[in-house]
Design a protein around this ligand. Structure first.
Ligand SMILES: Nc1ncnc2c1ncn2[C@@H]1O[C@H](COP(=O)(O)OP(=O)(O)OP(=O)(O)O)[C@@H](O)[C@H]1O
Ligand SMILES: [Mg+2]
Length: 374
């Protein structure tokens, strides 16, 4: 089974794992923190068993919340620590692959037989991949014709369907895959597969949206922006700036330490008011950059597809900054909501508010945990 194949396809598995299990833990290895969610299948329902988070900064003898680069064995240890602390009871795990380690693109190919795609796609994909093909693992997903066809508002007559193949292609460096294998080995889990984080996020926050919907994962190190139509990723970009950057620049501007800057970012955010003009300015400048990058992606998509983005779903810890949702809503004039991944699993009623608040940060971890079940 191709490792990538099941991470494609509308955020759902193309291929189910061969041995069904009841409990799975999703492990999201972010640049600043690891997040995990364990769920179990109980009859027809999915129940939340546990969830938790651990900062990676301390594993690099640095501050919690900082973006750090760690060796696979250190990450493996951090995963093991978190699994223990969160009382995870299963070894069955699905791990995220960070977006910056991947390339995702859409190819338009002439209509050929399925068997010919295996030759055609690597040839075409070569143009998008800056390293030799021998250094990457490639996989792809042929977008079902009806979906594009419905998008285009034509009739349902199969004879009128488009005469081209649209293929979502993903490429991951073999070196990266080897690192993830080492992380799995060192953390003592049994890996049921990897998934590029964006596909997990989509599974986690989507319900029945069919019109173009933008998902923004505002993490600590990067901001992942994707536009999804009929469950298929149509546009995808990584902005090389995340929320930790704001804390760093705030600390510099204000002459305060990183921890204090993190606190100000989380409590004051974009709604600092007149008393905090300097703080507000430092935060606003960074946010303005992220927003303008998002705008470029959105306008580019709308220009090319002649379709409007109708909804924005926010996830990632950075999106929880006070005033960010309002700023996005005001800038784009589009319905903007927070992703609510925990609503995909049953949990005790009294936890509802806590889970809603924590949701954006656990979007990827929940999507990974659900991979085998939905
Ligand atoms: N309430 C909040 N307001 C502002 N920022 C917040 C809030 N809560 C968390 N953050 C920020 O969110 C970031 C962590 O988010 P997240 O866990 O999604 O990142 P990550 O997955 O480690 O990073 P990446 O996705 O870039 O690899 C940190 O920079 C943190 O300061
Ligand atoms: Mg993340």
């Amino acid at each position: 089974m191709s490792f990538l194949q099941d991470m494609l396809a509308k955020g759902q598995s193309l291929l189910k794992f061969s041995v069904p299990v009841n409990s799975v833990v999703g492990i999201d290895i972010g640049t600043s923190a690891i997040k995990i969610v364990q769920v179990k299948r109980d009859g027809g329902k999915i129940k939340l068993e546990t969830y938790g988070e651990i900062g990676l900064g301390t594993y690099a003898s640095d501050k919690s919340g900082k973006v750090v680069t760690l060796a696979p064995d250190v990450i493996g240890k951090a995963v093991a620590d978190l699994l223990r602390e969160a009382n995870v009871t299963t070894k069955n795990a699905v791990l995220s692959i960070q977006s910056q380690a991947t390339l995702i693109f859409l190819l338009e190919l002439p209509e050929v037989k399925e068997s010919e795609l295996a030759t055609l796609i690597p040839n075409e994909a070569r143009k998008y991949i800056p390293v030799p093909l021998t250094e990457v693992s490639l996989d792809w997903y042929v977008v079902p014709k009806q979906e594009t066809y419905q998008d285009e508002g034509s009739s349902t007559d199969p004879k009128l369907m488009r005469k081209k193949n649209e293929v979502v292609v993903v490429a991951v460096r073999n070196e990266t895959l080897a690192q993830y294998r080492e992380i799995s080995d060192k953390s003592g889990i049994v890996s049921r597969g990897n998934e590029i984080e964006i596909f997990s996020a989509i599974r986690s926050v989507f319900h029945r949206e069919i019109t173009p919907t933008m998902v923004i994962d505002y993490g600590a190190g990067t901001t992942k922006v994707s536009i999804v139509e009929y469950g298929v990723v149509r546009a995808y970009h990584v902005i090389n700036r995340g929320s930790a950057f704001t804390s760093e620049s705030l600390a510099r501007t204000m002459g305060i330490d990183f921890d204090k800057a993190e606190e100000i970012k989380k409590t004051v955010g974009l709604v600092g008011g007149a008393n905090d003009a300097k703080t507000a300015e430092a935060i606003t400048t960074d946010t303005a950059y992220i927003i303008s990058e998002i705008q470029t992606i959105l306008l580019g998509y709308e220009r090319q597809s002649h379709k409007a983005v109708t909804k924005i779903i926010l996830c990632g810890g950075g999106a929880m900054m006070p005033g960010f949702l309002e700023k996005v809503t005001e800038t784009f004039g589009v319905e903007t909501i927070y992703g609510d991944p925990f609503d995909k699993a049953e949990a005790p009623q009294f936890m509802e508010q806590v889970l809603k608040k924590a949701g954006p940060e656990f979007t990827v971890a929940m999507g990974l945990a659900l991979k085998d079940f939905v």
